[in-house]
Design a protein around this ligand. Structure first.
Ligand code: MN
Length: 247
């Protein structure tokens, strides 16, 4: 793998023109983790990615959707042996989803236990307003030698970041994480060898339209400035981090 762009958290199947987006990713040779929000979406995404060596499909169970179907955990477990990548999974304690928080924890525990049992999975984690709880559950249910977690859109504080680093976690950085000085300072404090990039498209906006995977170039440019490195060097750093993560 040469030094290509990396979008380690993108919902390729949630774009209106998802078939075109899939084809474009394949053509652009961006290294993409196509996360899903429900295990029901798994098969379709695997089919769409079938011809592209640069698109990985993750088996997901999004915390914001847990309230609508807990029995999806059964399907998740049944498909897990086929998946190396898991996501989007995690917890969401924002007001809109807080009512389902206990249910979310049950589902996430099930996800982590299943991943631990099979071993070797790479997870893309959602942790809105509950980084501490996500860390606690990781520490409890997924020992470091049983899998690797990547915090997507990390919003924790410095001590939570330190805990995540100690757990062997990576961080996929998107444009929203680079917008305020406070968030930038946190990003700069992370170990460079744990950094990845992501768009979380189509849920972030670039130039007035939903971000697409190649838009990680804008985050790379900002990272280059913050880390006082040139863009090509940051690009190769991220690319090498991905290779190490994937072993
Ligand atoms: Mn997402």
């Amino acid at each position: 793998m040469s030094h290509t762009l990396v979008d380690f958290h993108c919902h390729l199947d949630l774009y209106r023109d998802y078939e075109t987006v899939y084809k474009k990713c394949c053509r652009d040779k961006v290294e993409v983790l196509a996360v899903t929000t429900t295990p029901r979406a798994w098969a379709k995404n695997v089919e769409l990615a079938a011809d592209s060596a640069n698109i990985r499909v993750a088996l997901g169970l999004h915390p914001q959707l847990v309230a609508e179907g807990v029995d999806e955990l059964v399907l998740f477990r049944n498909l897990l042996h086929k998946a190396k990548y898991v996501g989007e999974v995690g917890l969401d304690a924002s007001p809109r989803y807080f009512r389902s928080f206990e249910l979310q924890k049950k589902a996430f525990e099930g996800v982590l236990r299943a991943c631990c049992q099979e071993g070797g999975k790479i997870l893309s984690l959602h942790s809105v307003r509950c980084v501490g709880e996500v860390l606690r559950m990781l520490e409890t249910f997924l020992p470091q030698n049983k899998g690797t977690a990547v915090f997507h859109w990390f919003t924790g504080n410095a001590s939570e970041a330190k805990r995540a680093v100690q757990l062997g976690c990576y961080f996929s950085i998107n444009s929203e994480m680079l917008k305020s000085e406070q968030r930038r300072n946190l990003v700069v404090s992370l170990p460079r060898e744990r950094l990845l990039t992501e768009t979380d498209g189509p849920f972030t906006i670039t130039a007035g339209r939903p971000s697409s995977p190649t838009d990680v170039i804008f985050s790379l440019k900002t990272l280059a400035m913050l880390l006082k490195m040139d863009v090509e060097t940051v690009k190769s750093l991220i690319s090498l981090n991905l290779q190490r993560l994937e072993g």
